[in-house]
Design a protein around this ligand. Structure first.
Ligand code: ZN
Length: 429
């Protein structure tokens, strides 16, 4: 995968130094805070903004101790290659012939134990016999095994889902879209229109409910932005499902829309980020703050599944419509943000031993004058983009929001829940 997401520039550099810049330089703009779910208040000293390892439930103390120590040492994310040390005893080592002295581990003791019955039957063996026996053991253990490399550690599947609110599909390719095009040229790009049942509006509430729960509004019950009738207990979001099936996974979700958490649309997630309440952030900086914090988290910390929800294009389209230069700027900024997120994935120290999938999805389009909720073709426009192992390069015309959740499961190598209504993009899972 390393070569596949090649980005020809490092977008984050445009924002100034990211490494070694010291705390002050990195904090002129920051995401207000990273919260644990509301029921688990987080001690201020453990905020991940201090570059420490993400403290987790049941690993008390990591946040505090990690803050200073991790500055010098990279965070202890999954460490490939550790096992290799144990197997490399004989490989090309000129001292291998004197192995009897060097070894002494459990395996070797086991081998020596194998000589003992011989000793018991024949009395104390002579020094010659012992050294012959050892030499045989050494020869047997080194000769054939010496050239067998241990199997490489299995790459760890991980998924980044970038939700982009109100991105009108037909406008995307009228812009540069450098990083979106890079993902499109590699993965599956599907365009389409929302297929809404009667009474369901082309609004974020129902659409993100469909994306996150993997079922249509008839089941998750959300028809508009009141979220009335929601059935998230029965049809939880895919992050919650993943947490219940695989509590070891590190899940992370960030959205500016607190409603996602307040309604339970995002329920059981290891980490969620949101803006500090009561602070009046400049509208156009909100996504930027999210991306800055998320690129930092993705590049440095343990994460397996990440969901982000970026809103600036939608805000701009509501204000200026999706046809003007303001919207083009919003899409350019979004594209750059996506490039920075993908780049952050590639900067992970453990990236060579990981296989990442990236999914980009929008929830609805916009009328030419801005606004949505109705049934005009412009409002109903959507697209899905998925790149990752097993997903062939393909262009489709039937994008379905219910396909996102099963795609996440498939890319993680997990069985697709039976009540999901979509199919994994890329198939053959
Ligand atoms: Zn909107």
């Amino acid at each position: 995968m390393r070569a596949r997401h090649r980005l020809h520039e490092r977008p984050h550099d445009l924002l100034g130094p990211r490494r070694g810049g010291g705390g002050a330089a990195r904090r002129p703009v920051h995401l207000g805070r990273l919260d644990r779910p509301a029921r688990l208040p987080l001690a201020p000293a453990a905020l991940p903004g201090r570059r420490g390892r993400l403290p987790r439930t049941g690993r008390a103390g990591h946040g505090r101790t990690g803050a200073a120590g991790d500055r010098r040492r990279p965070p202890p994310v999954d460490q490939p290659g550790r096992r290799r040390d144990r197997h490399g005893l004989c490989r090309g080592d000129p001292r291998a012939g004197r192995l009897g002295r060097r070894r002494g581990g459990a395996r070797d003791r086991g081998r020596r134990a194998g000589v003992r019955p011989h000793r018991a039957r024949h009395g104390r063996p002579s020094a010659v016999r012992v050294s012959l026996a050892l030499a045989t053991v050494v020869a047997l253990s080194c000769a054939p095994v010496a050239h067998v490399e241990p199997p490489p550690p299995k790459p760890v599947p991980k998924v980044l889902v970038i939700g982009v609110d109100g991105v009108r599909t037909d406008r995307v390719l009228t812009t540069r879209a450098t990083y979106l095009r890079a993902l499109m040229s590699e993965g599956l790009y599907a365009t389409g229109h929302l297929d809404l049942a009667p009474g369901v509006k082309s609004l974020s509430g129902p659409a993100w409910s469909t994306i996150l729960t993997g079922v249509n509004p008839e089941k998750h019950g959300v028809h508009d932005n009141t979220f009335n009738g929601r059935q998230y207990t029965r049809y939880p979001d895919f992050l919650t499902r993943l947490e219940r099936l695989r509590p070891d996974l590190d899940t992370l979700a960030v959205t500016l829309w607190r409603t996602f958490f307040e309604t339970g649309l995002l329920h059981q997630v290891d980490w969620h980020a949101t803006l500090r309440p009561g602070v009046d952030y400049a509208e156009h900086l909100k996504d930027e703050m999210i991306i800055r914090r998320m690129t930092d988290l993705i590049a440095r910390h343990q994460v397996d599944v990440v969901f982000l929800h970026l809103v600036n294009p939608d805000k701009v389209a509501h204000k200026h419509g999706p046809l003007g230069s303001e919207y083009v700027t919003a899409l350019d900024t979004l594209d750059l943000g996506i490039g920075r997120l993908v780049d952050a994935v590639r900067r992970r120290p453990t990236y060579p031993n990981e296989k990442w999938s990236v999914i980009v999805v929008t929830d609805h389009g916009h009328r030419d004058e801005g606004g949505h909720g109705g049934l005009s073709p412009e409002e109903l426009q959507i697209f899905l983009l998925a790149a990752g192992p097993g997903i062939r390069h393909e262009r489709r015309h039937e994008a379905k929001l219910v396909d996102v959740a099963p795609t996440v499961f498939a890319q993680l190598g997990m069985r697709i829940p039976a009540d999901f209504e979509g199919v994994p993009l890329g198939g053959e899972k």
